[in-house]
Design a protein around this ligand. Structure first.
Ligand code: HEM
Ligand code: HEM
Length: 224
């Protein structure tokens, strides 16, 4: 038997409930580790505690790992496997509205766009947090363009401290850090909403697949 007919015979024997491994163990540890670290960082934020900073650094470390794994990881972990341009993403969203989207074994184009948004926003949140930890880091930032600077100047029109906030005021960096953290909540709500919707549409629990690593074997018309 050739390899292909062997594979076909095997999946026919396995029947429609056959499973295939999609998410490797490191992706799954990354995902649930990220959920936990983000939750700890967000919930400990008010106290400015070591816990907050450590959890924030764990988030940053996990994101860094994911960027490397996106280049050298297993098939469905690779960016080249799932990153699609805006036209493919919008066309997938249009198909979703029309209830005719195809099933992807890996990430679908809308999920992939969300992954980019999550990773970028997480990086920016951790970076602004890192800046806040030490004033000298903020001092290294380039000056704001003159058109924006007055908005952050203190009441004497002294604009040298706009990044750092001057006398007790909330600095631009602090504000950015908080806005980014809250933007994450919005993205997470859309992310989880997308996971639930797709799970119903495809009659497959995608959250569980992120735990076990396995998904239903591809059927005809699915994109592998
Ligand atoms: C309990 C809530 C959550 C559930 C049920 C969930 C579920 C999932 C599922 C099923 C996927 C795979 C999507 C697909 O099939 O294409 C995924 C991917 C992803 N999720 Fe979540 N998620 C949750 C919370 C979060 C949070 C809080 C974050 C960020 C802090 C996050 C970040 C990501 C990222 C970055 C990926 C891409 C995975 C990869 O390929 O590395 N998720 N999530
Ligand atoms: C990436 C995950 C992170 C999230 C979700 C997050 C979230 C937040 C939030 C929501 C606040 C505002 C708290 C308030 O209401 O006053 C905050 C404040 C703060 N965060 Fe983070 N943060 C993260 C990472 C970090 C990191 C890596 C550091 C430093 C190493 C850091 C340092 C700080 C500091 C110093 C403040 C207090 C700012 C102030 O004085 O108001 N954060 N963070």
């Amino acid at each position: 038997m050739t390899e292909t007919s062997e594979q076909a015979a095997r999946s026919a024997a396995q029947g429609p409930l056959a499973k295939v491994r999609v998410w490797d163990p490191l992706i799954r540890i990354f995902h649930w580790g990220l959920v936990a670290a983000f939750a700890v960082a967000y919930l400990s934020a008010e106290e400015l505690s070591t816990v907050h900073e450590v959890a924030g650094y764990v988030v940053a470390g996990l994101v860094a790992f994911r960027l490397i794994w996106g280049l050298v990881g297993s098939r469905y972990a690779r960016f080249t496997q799932f990153l699609k341009g805006p036209p493919a993403t919008f066309s997938y969203l249009r198909d979703m509205v029309g209830h005719r989207e195809r099933r992807y074994l890996g990430h679908n184009p809308a999920g992939a766009a969300m992954i980019v948004a999550l990773l970028l926003t997480l990086s920016a949140t951790a970076f602004t947090g890192w800046l806040l930890e030490d004033e000298t880091r903020i001092a290294m930032l380039p000056d704001l363009p003159q058109i924006i600077a007055p908005a952050f100047a203190d009441e004497d029109g002294e604009d040298r401290e706009y990044w750092g906030g001057g006398r007790g005021g909330e600095s631009a960096v602090e504000e950015a850090h908080e806005v980014l953290a809250n933007l994450m909540l919005l993205l997470i709500a859309v992310h989880v909403g997308g996971v639930v919707l797709t799970s119903f549409r495809q009659r497959e629990n995608l959250a569980r697949a992120m735990v076990t690593g396995e998904k239903r074997a591809p059927e005809s018309g699915d994109i592998t």
